[in-house]
Write a protein that binds this ligand. Structure first.
Ligand code: NDP
Length: 334
């Protein structure tokens, strides 16, 4: 089926501007009809810049428009729940930014509403769409390093003041819901399982308001006595991003792959030396939109489903609880 589908952008955001408008338009059967902004002037300017025919400050204009079939939600984190719920109830397909909501019960409600309306509900966890992570997952599951022992994730960078804002100054922001939640989703994708226990310590006050975390060191226990470490930060310049997976017969070393860009490398190290694994890169967001389009026509699932988004939120909130209580937290995912 190649039926044309029109989208609305809920949020005149930077991620839409930089990545998602192109990604939606990368699918020939998709176009963008409208953008919602809380500020009429900014919405009009955003629409003009991106050749979007309409802008509005009223969500109902989008939800009541029968010619809009799908929405991409990229407003501030605290708005996702209400906007996604309303969209599901209105029968629109939804690609929502992470975190899907601020609580698990809210995330579950959106999933239920989307199921009831029969619409596709995806979470925009882009890292699992990276060709490096996809190759790494394949190598792990091929048994190329035998039984897994440990995993280390490095996702530290230095946040530019122009991009800091709510990320480091608002309680619905913070590194965990902004960035570590992507690391969690990537681990779930790579390992094909969920952690059973988590522990973490955080830093704050280096790039923003004290009390809103801008650094984290976390330890997660996955099934099979597998220990995972995550280092995340907004306050570390020049750090390489990557994932290292250690097994009984070797190591898989992925570098520069915690990125929105289609970049990064993967090497297998074992007793015979270091071997580069060939990677054919693709645009992460184009990949996500292709999967989403196929999900709409019943040929696939979104790259990350609503359930994936809820699971990542569950684990992210468990990390927050561990930080607040200073204790290891058990994770019981449904
Ligand atoms: P932005 O700060 O750019 O956008 C968030 C909201 O801020 C927008 O909805 C907009 O509100 C408002 N806004 C944007 N620019 C201005 C401005 N100049 N003045 C006043 N208000 C403004 O955030 P991001 O695009 O970085 O993030 C948006 C969402 O996307 C978040 O939930 C984040 O977690 C997620 N994200 C996901 C990424 C991914 O790769 N999956 C990457 C980056 C972010 P309004 O709607 O009223 O116009």
């Amino acid at each position: 089926m190649t039926e044309h589908m029109q989208w609305a952008l809920i949020g005149a955001s930077n991620v839409a501007n930089e990545w998602m408008i192109d990604a939606i338009r990368s699918q020939p059967s998709f176009s963008i009809k409208s953008v919602l902004s809380s500020d009429a002037e900014r919405g009009t300017a955003f629409a003009r810049k991106h050749h979007i025919p309409h802008s509005t400050t009223h969500l109902s204009d989008i939800l009541e428009d029968p010619d809009i079939h799908a929405v991409y939600i990229s407003t501030h984190n605290a708005k996702h729940y209400a906007q996604a719920m309303a969209s599901a109830l209105a029968g629109k397909h939804i690609l929502c930014e992470k975190p899907l909501a601020l609580t698990l019960s809210e995330a579950s409600s959106i999933i239920k509403a989307a199921q009831k309306s029969g619409v596709v509900f995806g979470t925009n966890h882009h890292l699992r769409c990276s060709a490096v992570h996809q190759a790494l997952r394949q190598k792990i599951h091929d048994g190329s390093i035998g039984q897994l022992n440990t995993v280390r994730v490095f996702h530290a960078n230095f946040i530019d003041p122009s991009n800091a804002g709510w990320r480091v100054n608002s309680t619905d922001g913070g590194l965990i819901l902004d960035s570590t939640i992507h690391d969690i989703d990537t681990l779930r994708f790579l390992l094909g399982s969920d952690p059973t226990h988590v522990f973490a310590m955080s830093q704050s006050g280096r790039r923003g308001t004290r009390g809103v975390e801008d650094g984290i060191m976390a330890v997660l226990r996955f099934p099979g006595d597998l220990l995972v470490q995550i280092h995340g930060s907004y306050a570390v310049p020049s750090a390489p991003g990557g994932v290292e997976v250690f097994g009984e017969t070797g190591a898989l070393i992925a570098r520069d792959c915690m990125s929105q860009k289609p970049i990064g490398s993967l090497h297998l190290r074992n007793t015979t030396g270091e071997h580069a694994i060939p990677i054919v890169h693709h645009n992460l967001y184009y990949y996500a939109l292709e999967r989403f389009r196929k999900a709409i026509i019943g040929q696939d699932t979104p790259a990350a489903t609503g359930q994936d988004g809820r699971a990542a939120l569950h684990i992210a909130l468990a990390l927050k609880t561990a930080i607040q209580t200073g204790r290891q937290v058990e994770v019981h995912l449904p």
